[in-house]
Design a protein around this ligand. Structure first.
Ligand code: ATP
Length: 333
């Protein structure tokens, strides 16, 4: 099956004074139909920039400099603003980290959902009201609460309401930017479960932006790992968690085989911080933090290549890193 979304060599830069901060650099990944794809990496790696670019709602100083985003036969990068506008909500919906960014505190929640349904979906007022009730039932909120203002909701309810709003017009793709990060773990789980079952029921595709590898492990079918604006690894989540090839992914899992303790099974996270995106180093951007780095890594940029079917990695030392990873799994060797 053709993927629902195919991101190809996308670069996005922020202009800050005379500087060009390239927050996303030659990103490429696919979102298969009906799947949840995680976009992970530490703070500042470009996840939010990439995710927002899919709705083309980006900061004034941001520009998509290159690439394509093929979505259901159209290129999001080159669509006119008018066509893009008709794609938003109806085909691609966004769930922000804080529901307060999608819910207006001044209006009752019902009014806001009804407005989207009328404005964007062309529903009559009574049909929109009926649909709002359905949507609240779908996300597990008592429809009696539709008459509330957002501030009368708990954080979890607000996030559910934001999901209801995103699903209002049955989009094909939902882009969720850290949708549960602000919530406690039990509520996080409930909301992820709900999102998963809605995704299955409605046959949606979801892009889940998160810095939390446990969210990825819990809900994502595939996972794209970003580092300093680059996609460094992309594969199905089970493989990513059990047989990562990129040293950065191993570190993200908090399971980085420390060279000094190799073979003892002692695993340590990666020290250091990502490079300056206004002036990235040549070669691999992770080289300065990577214990496997060689001279080649410091001069020659590794390309994203398909190492095994469906498993993409950008690392000159993937084979050595994987061997050490396996060695570290063996106790007492
Ligand atoms: P976080 O989880 O902290 O949001 P992220 O991985 O989502 O991180 P982005 O928010 O996409 O990363 O930011 C990528 C880079 O772009 C960072 O270096 C950030 O400082 C920079 N950046 C983001 N927004 C702007 C802006 N409006 N102007 C200039 N630089 C920006």
């Amino acid at each position: 099956d053709a993927p629902l979304l195919s991101v190809k060599d996308v670069s996005i830069a922020y202009k800050v004074g005379a500087l060009d901060i390239v927050a996303v650099s030659n990103a490429r990944f696919d979102v298969p139909q009906g799947s949840i794809v995680g976009l992970v990496g530490e703070s500042g790696c470009g996840k939010t920039t990439m995710a927002r670019a899919l709705t083309r709602v980006i900061a004034d100083n941001a520009r998509i400099k290159a690439g394509q985003m093929q979505f259901a036969g159209q290129d999001i990068v080159s669509l006119s603003e008018k066509d893009m506008n008709s794609l938003r909500w109806r085909d691609i919906a966004f769930i922000p980290q804080s529901a307060m960014n999608s819910l207006d505190p001044v209006y009752r929640v019902e009014y806001q959902i009804v407005e989207v349904l009328r404005d964007r979906g062309g529903l009559s007022k009574s049909a929109a009201r009926k649909r709002a009730v359905e949507l609240f039932e779908m996300v597990g909120i008592d429809p009696g609460r539709l008459r509330d203002f957002p501030h009368q909701f708990s954080g979890g309810m607000r996030q559910r309401a934001a999901i209801a709003l995103a699903l209002a017009l049955e989009p094909k793709l939902v882009v969720a930017d850290e949708p549960v990060t602000a919530l406690d773990v039990i509520i996080q789980r409930q909301i992820l479960d709900q999102l998963r079952s809605l995704q299955r029921e409605l046959g949606l595709s979801v892009i889940m932006v998160t810095h939390d590898i446990s969210v990825v492990a819990y809900i994502c079918d595939r996972t794209v790992v970003m580092y300093a604006g680059k996609v460094v690894e992309d594969c199905d989540t089970a493989t990513l968690l059990n047989e990562p090839l990129h040293p950065y992914t191993m570190g993200l899992k908090n399971a980085f085989p420390d060279l000094h303790s190799a073979g003892t099974g002692i695993l340590t996270p990666i020290a250091g911080s990502p490079p300056d995106l206004a002036n990235p180093p040549p070669g691999c951007r992770f080289a300065a933090r990577c214990p496997f780095a060689t001279d080649q890594c410091r001069v020659e940029e590794p390309m994203l290549t398909e190492d095994a079917p469906g498993h993409f990695v950008a690392c000159h030392r993937a084979v050595e890193a994987a061997a050490l990873r396996e060695e570290a799994k063996q106790p007492g060797t």
